[in-house]
Design a protein around this ligand. Structure first.
Ligand code: AMP
Length: 417
């Protein structure tokens, strides 16, 4: 693989896979351009070198080609403005040869949504429910062949391939992984992707100790693979958020109406056991801020986590737990935070998440490496205004979670391999 910093793009056609899957309002205005801004360093470097920039992305989940609701055209003007050049547009991403041939050094073109073609994802679309297994297998085979052709077409546009789309790195799609094979000596990570890969490495491959992971969020079931993998890596595992009550109930506590997965009680006990076996300090909540309804305006009180009366539910951690979590975090040298400690969407139940965030900021100031990842903890850090006070805030939801689960991400392997 190449290093983008050392690569001279002068006169080269660069196919850059970005994640411009930005939220749009009903009038197709971008409501949050973070993802576009995140790719700018890579795109600007290529243009500054005098490269010919081909920008490729998906947007949403279109089911047909074309599907105007998911067109990338509405974001073109904003991309041009941010890049400082007038970006051209190829209305058919699989038939853009002429437009690309007309590109001059230092010019850029945005391809229409790659997912207008089912070949991008490589999954047959529109199969009737009642088709036989043989028909399904035939459709899959046909799609794989079509995907190869589609990938070849995309690859034919360019002299080099840059992947800067960490958000889709966990997908083995045409433009995120398969295309890399066509550029054995001219493939590389973009700057964003490089930062994400380094962040994952800092916590998962080579963490300074003690290493603490804070796992919050609503359900054990959605975090179990991550927890299992982390139990082999961390020194401290803090369990927070709605998961708390599945653990509390499993240990015989009373949880009132708190969120709980009754079919995961055994699993919670298994996790407690495994933590002991692995010498992991499993840190559970001691007290909770409870509410008499699932609402910001509910009546509240603080109680021991296993003594929640009927009719009440735990919506955040209590003060004792905050202090306990904060101390563990402050004494850590590597920190991974995924998931809030409570229902942070309600102003009255953000205190626990804020305390965790503040402890992470303090530890970071004292030299710890901190990675914030997964949708809601990123929302928390941004809400509290601490994004610049931690080591890294990941842009990849699903991709980051899969990396923490210990999976090899196809988008990364395709470049490194
Ligand atoms: P996740 O997507 O699994 O990270 O979960 C994030 C969601 O968990 C957020 O929407 C929180 O409101 C929710 N959550 C956190 N703590 C609780 C709790 N004690 N009860 C119900 N939901 C919670």
């Amino acid at each position: 693989m190449q290093n983008i910093d050392n690569y001279d793009f002068k006169g080269k056609r660069a196919f850059v896979r970005v994640d411009f899957n930005v939220p749009l309002d009903d009038n197709f205005n971008i409501t949050d351009d973070t993802r576009i801004r995140a790719a700018l360093p890579t795109l600007k470097k290529i243009l500054a070198d005098g490269g010919r920039l081909i920008i490729a992305s998906h947007l949403g989940r279109p089911k047909k080609n074309p599907d105007p609701k998911f067109s990338l055209k509405p974001i073109l003007a904003h991309v041009s403005q941010l890049l400082g050049v007038e970006v051209k547009f190829a209305a058919d991403c699989a038939n853009a040869q002429n437009e690309i041939a007309a590109l001059k050094d230092g010019e850029a073109i945005l391809l229409e949504n790659l997912r207008f073609y089912a070949e991008e994802e490589g999954k047959p679309r529109g199969l009737a429910e009642d088709v036989s297994d043989e028909e399904k297998a035939a459709a899959k085979k046909e799609m794989k062949a079509a995907q190869k052709e589609f990938t070849k077409t995309l690859a034919s546009y360019a002299d080099c391939y840059v992947n800067d789309a960490f958000g889709t790195a966990h997908r083995a799609h045409a433009s995120t992984a398969l295309i890399a094979d066509y550029f054995p000596n001219d493939k590389m990570f973009g700057y964003l992707m490089g930062k994400e890969v380094s962040a994952v490495k800092a916590v998962m491959a080579d963490p300074k100790r003690p290493f603490t992971a804070i796992m919050g969020g609503s359900k054990v079931s959605s975090k179990i693979d991550i927890i299992e993998n982390l139990l082999q890596k961390v020194d401290n595992l803090i369990i927070a958020g709605g998961m708390t009550y599945t653990f509390t109930k499993a240990l015989g506590g009373k949880i009132g109406n708190s969120i709980c997965e009754d079919d995961k009680l055994e699993l919670a006990l298994d996790i407690i056991e495994k933590a002991k076996e692995n010498n992991v300090n499993l840190v559970l909540a001691d007290d909770a801020k409870i509410a008499d309804s699932f609402s910001n305006d509910a009546n509240t009180q603080f109680v021991a986590v296993g003594e929640i009366p009927d009719g009440w539910e735990g919506l955040d951690i209590g003060a004792k737990t905050e202090a306990k979590f904060a101390e563990v975090i402050r004494n850590s040298k590597t920190i991974l935070w995924n998931g809030p400690t409570g229902v942070f969407e309600f102003e009255n139940f953000t205190h626990g998440s804020r305390t965790v965030a503040e402890a992470i900021v303090e530890a970071t100031k004292n030299g710890a490496y901190s990675l914030i990842g997964g949708g809601d903890s990123v929302a928390c850090i941004n809400k509290f205004g601490f994004a610049d006070a931690v080591s890294y805030v990941s842009t990849g939801g699903g991709a980051l979670l899969e990396a923490i689960e210990g999976k090899v991400l196809p988008g990364i392997a395709a470049i490194q391999g």
